[in-house]
Design a protein around this ligand. Structure first.
Ligand code: SGN
Ligand code: CA
Length: 546
């Protein structure tokens, strides 16, 4: 009897081990995404502005993508594309204003059903909670840098004292240490708010960064003469459209003293919304540095030309923007250290990306939205020790559209037929001959809205970009990406590009068909958007001209 019992027990143990084997071999996935992190501000791409040694560790361990892009360069729509593996016109999330349609199927739901433990910490920006997560602690909307509020799956909504990038990391590490189940693979979304506007660095970085001086981009004083109405009318110019208090950290009372108007109507409010959240000790540390910055500005202001003001504002912008990235890099380092110290490196896919790129003064701009390179492209670094060759690079045209299917393939879960991306696994594992994509599709919708970037769609190849701006204009642009990498000259009407133009028009039609986009769908989405804007009293589409 005893023997029988032991045999049965051994059989049971063996059986359950066997059952668990496949799942324990499936990789963990850590998806690290920052908000508005330009590739120009990651030293693995470009070290003229900042050193990011920890983010660079991911490139050293794995693969750096030099041609990664988004399908729609704005926050919530990019996140919707990532989670659904579908273009905006299919998943319906055209803009930041109105909530995500949660009847969409997202890949975390499929991972969860397929046996993955799932968690999300940080910024989602959907207007509702994520589906398919065993645990989440997310910021409401854009979230705050100092003493942020979190919406949580199990503990309601509460404020946490401290700096947002540190807190999101503390939550992530706490989950890895205390909630992660050893017998299940996990998907962890670790999503930073930084370096999103209004760019408030952590206390420990303020003094250091306000003293730095950064090289100016060649196109800081672009007059947009080589491009059409959209570039000329966009409200993203550092000199003309940034907030003086909210963005450049000129104190509201200093604006009054110098006679600088609150042209956006919420400049001083934006300052108050962010700096006003600080506790007395944080505020004292802030003032210790920024009072000096303001005093220097008061002295210099009377003699400053428009060009001087642009230069001053560019430096202020970079000091704060890059100051917030210093914390992101340190905190990514904390997570990588944890993985190393806990034997989690071997079987974990580590992704670092941003929800889109960003202008760091190129074309005189901040913000994103355009299909022009700085906002169309996005950083992408993927490590998977043992599977992805250390220190490798890919210049293939990959997109945020591809994450869902990549993760599903890695997890051995079937990819739904209606997802529109392609798994990156062949590129990651050195089978690039299986990768055949030679063009990608882009479509931006949020207009009229803040920054006033017109609706446009485009086809992009490694050599060219053909763009159509529509709705209140009907203008085409064609850029030669090889000979004009700064995209200063629209060659659409240049006769020497006539053949290329013809071919690209044909390819654009085909790619729109392939992804199921059309003028009818654009028109329908436009009307729905305008209806919702009207219903909201058009508060969401102010003009920010100054
Ligand atoms: C806010 C910012 C904009 C920014 C959008 C969208 N203004 O409205 O500059 O383009 O967010 O950013 S702010 O004064 O409120 O900071 S996104 O990353 O969420 O798409
Ligand atoms: Ca963003």
């Amino acid at each position: 009897m005893k023997n029988h019992f032991l045999t049965l027990l051994t059989a049971l143990i063996l059986f359950s081990c066997k059952e668990k084997e496949p799942s324990s071999q499936r990789p963990n996935i850590i998806f690290i995404m920052s908000d508005d992190h330009a590739y120009q501000a990651i030293s693995a791409y470009d070290n003229r502005l900042i050193e990011t040694p920890n983010i660079d560790r991911i490139a050293k361990l794995g693969m750096l993508f030099t041609n990664a892009s988004v399908t729609n360069s704005i926050c919530a729509p990019s996140r919707a594309t990532i989670l659904t593996g579908k273009h905006t016109h299919i998943n319906g999330k055209t803009d930041n204003h109105f909530p995500f349609d949660t009847t969409n199927v997202t890949f975390p739901q499929l991972l969860q059903e397929g046996g993955y433990q799932t968690a999300m910490f940080g910024k989602l920006h959907f207007g509702n909670n994520p589906k398919g997560f065993d645990q989440f602690k997310i910021l409401p909307g854009q979230g705050a840098y100092y003493n942020p509020t979190f919406i949580t799956k199990n503990d309601g909504t509460y404020d946490v004292e401290g700096y947002v990038t540190d807190i999101i990391t503390d939550m992530t590490l706490d989950w890895l240490e205390n909630e992660r189940k050893a017998d299940q693979p996990f998907f962890l979304a670790y999503l930073h708010k930084a370096p999103h506007r209004e760019w408030l660095p952590a206390e420990r970085h303020i003094a250091e960064y306000t003293q730095k001086k950064f090289p100016e981009p060649a196109t800081l004083f672009d007059d947009y003469s080589g491009r059409g109405t959209a570039a000329k009318e966009a409200e993203m110019n550092i000199l003309h459209h940034m907030n003086w208090a909210g963005d450049s950290k000129v104190y509201p009372e200093v604006m009054d003293q110098l006679g600088i108007p609150d042209a956006s109507g919420w400049d001083k409010g934006a300052f108050q919304r962010e700096v006003g959240r600080m506790n007395p000790s944080q505020r004292a540390n802030w003032d210790k540095v920024f009072k000096g910055v303001n005093e220097d500005f008061i002295k210099a202001f009377p003699d400053m030309s428009e060009e001087d003001k642009m230069r001053w504002r560019y430096q202020r912008y970079m000091q704060d923007y890059l100051g917030t990235i210093a914390s992101v890099d340190e905190n990514v380092g904390r997570v990588l250290d944890y993985l190393e110290a806990n034997g989690l490196m071997e079987n974990t896919i580590i992704v670092y990306t941003s929800d889109q790129g960003f202008y760091l003064g190129e074309h005189g701009w901040f913000d994103k939205r355009f299909v022009y390179d700085e906002s169309f492209k996005t950083p992408l670094l993927i490590a998977w020790p043992g599977k992805v060759k250390a220190g490798s690079r890919s210049d293939e045209l990959v997109q945020n559209l591809d994450f869902a299917q990549t993760f599903l393939e890695a997890a051995g879960i079937p990819q739904p037929e209606d997802m529109q991306g392609e798994s990156l696994i062949p590129l990651l594992t050195g089978q690039s001959e299986k990768w055949t994509r030679d063009a990608v599709y882009y479509h931006y919708y949020e207009y009229p809205s803040i920054h006033m970037v017109k609706r446009h769609y485009a086809i992009v190849t490694k050599e060219y970009k053909l763009i159509h701006f529509y709705y209140d204009v009907d203008e085409w642009e064609l850029f030669d990406r090889v000979n004009d990498p700064q995209e200063m000259k629209n060659v659409y009407n240049d006769p020497s590009y006539a053949e290329i133009r013809k071919k690209l028009h044909k390819d654009l039609e085909e790619i729109r068909k392939k992804y199921g986009d059309s003028s009818e769908i654009s028109q329908k989405l436009l009307e729905e958007y305008l209806d919702k804007l009207r219903a909201s009293g058009e508060r969401l589409a102010p003009s920010f001209k100054k």
